[in-house]
Every structure is written in structure tokens, then in C-alpha cells.
Design a protein around this ligand. Sequence first.
Ligand code: F6P
Length: 340
Amino acid sequence: MRLAILTSGGDCPGLNAVIRAVVRTATDRHGWECVGIKYGWKGLATGEMIPLPTQAVSGILYRGGTILGTSRFNPAKDKETTARILENLVLHQIGGVICIGGDGTLRASHEIAKLGVNIVGVPKTIDNDIAATDVTFGFQTAVQIVTDAIDRLHSTAESHNRIMILETMGRNTGWIALAAGLAGGADLILIPERPFSYEKICEMLVKRHERKSFSIVVVAEGAFPEGGKPVDIGELDAFGRPRLGGIGFELAREIEARTKIESRVTVLGYVQRGGTPVAYDRILATRFGVAAVEAAYNRQFDCFIALKGEDLVPVPIADGTGKTKTADEKLFEVAKLFFG
Ligand code: F6P
């Protein structure tokens, strides 16, 4: 079989580890030929693809990003686009597609799978918000990057007796902020799952500054005050979702005005998606890639691979998407013990 691989949606560390695992497993174990689709589903609409012999994936395990490029191109956006994709699949004799992407990509892929295209998905997002899988590759790397940033912010916060506010990614969940805030010893963690009260957080910060000269506040980009809503930049992405960002600056303004304590903001942004994956993510991404090929070999299509405990199992796309995994309540209660 000729197997296509595409990476879609926001990039994240580990994508190349999946690509490498898919190509090596498909080629070495099943004698299949692999092709890489450029820039997500867009490459199947335009016919941009490259051969992926095993030599092409040599040395990419540790590399961040994706050698194929990615986009938020929606394959089901209109009939003409879908028709072009189906034509290119036939023209290039592609028997199956391994689609690596987040919830939006997997849902769009299901629309294509319903037309008879053999698709196996691999869930991907640093946000770790896909309910069907215990964790997604890329998440632990993002947590490490944010934790390293928190460690660095401690020294400058302490030197200036400031409140340092660190805004993380995570879209509408607080997994990254919560995990990294706990690992980095943050004095306050604000996440979308727990709308906050300016009055209460400022009271806590003023009380803390009676005995400590600085504070580290980690805020997820989707966090918002009670009665409010997430701050966005006024644009929608290709899947019609608001592009979040800016709560860190709103927090700094409000906190400094109310507490009179100098406050500064760091927005980590795309640094959280850059660079080499940590070892955990290299291993997990590799396992996802191998499992995706085996699902294709067993003709388990229109599904995506999910980590459940120690096992990687295929989950029907229709059942496993559209459900957000919010940050763990129990973990937040643990983190709260160290606030203030
Ligand atoms: O889903 C991953 C993610 O990094 C989110 O945390 C963030 O809100 C979004 O992608 C940013 O999207 P874009 O890369 O389109 O700006």
C-alpha cells in the first residue's frame, strides 16, 4: 500500500518522531511505500507531496516542528476542496492516510473518512485537552519549557520585588499552566476551569508580600475573571475558534492598580511549541506512530490512536472528538496548597 502522512494544526515537539515511526514501521515491517503530504490537508488539495523513504526520516527524531510543514487547512470546507482531495488520492494511488492533528483536524478528517478514505489519526496538541487520550505528545515538552521559564522568572522577580505574571498557551484548558505552575513553584495559578476573583487574588498577593518580596503568577491564556470570558485578539482560526491571548496584560494592570505592587508580564507564546521534544515525548510520539501503522494494517480506519493507561488503542473519531479534557481537579487542589 502507498501510505500518506500529514501533519495539521499547530505544530508541536514530537511530530517528527511520529513521522519517523510511521515511515520506519510501514516500510520495514509491512513493505509499504510512504509519501509525505506538505502543509497538512492543503497538500492533498494542491497535490504537494514528497516521497518518504526511510532515509528521508533519518535524524529527525529529536527535531522540533514537522519536516512536512503544517497548516490549519480544513479539507471539508467546501465540496470543491473535498473533490480535489479525493482526486489526488486516486491520482497518486494513496491507499491510506495517517493524519496527525488536534481535535479540529481529527473532526475534519472524519468528514473525509466518511467518504471512504482510509484514515488513522494521531492526536497532537501541547494543550493536552483531547479527552479520549490520557495525554498527547508535545504536552510534557511544553510543561518543561514553561517550568524553565518560571525558574528564570524567580531570580528577576526577587531582584525587583515584583509580581511576575507568566501567560501560557493551552487554549480553553489550563493543563500547561497547572502542571508547569506546580513544577515551577508558582505562588498563584489561574486557569479557565476556575474563573478567578480579582479581589481575592489581590488580597492573597498583598498578604504574601507582607513576608515575601516577590510573586510568580502563572495564567493560562484562556483564564478569565468570574462573570467574564477569555480575552482574545479578535480573530478566528481556520476552525472558527477565537485566537486567545492578552489576559496576562489585563491581570498586570488590575493587580498593580489594586495592590500598588509593581507587576510585569511575560507571554511565552510559540516558544512553548518550539524546539526538541523531551525524552518522554519522543518515546510517546514513536509509540503513537507505530500504533497508527498497525491500526492501518488491521484496517481499523476512521479512528485515532489514544493512550489509555499503558496501552495505545484505536478510538473511533466520531466518539473521541469534540470532548475537551479539562485540567485535573485533584491536581489543582494539590497546587492550591502552595498558593500564597
Ligand atoms: O492548540 C495549540 C495552540 O498552541 C494553543 O495553545 C494556542 O491557543 C493555539 O494553538 C495558537 O494557534 P495558532 O498557532 O494558530 O496561533
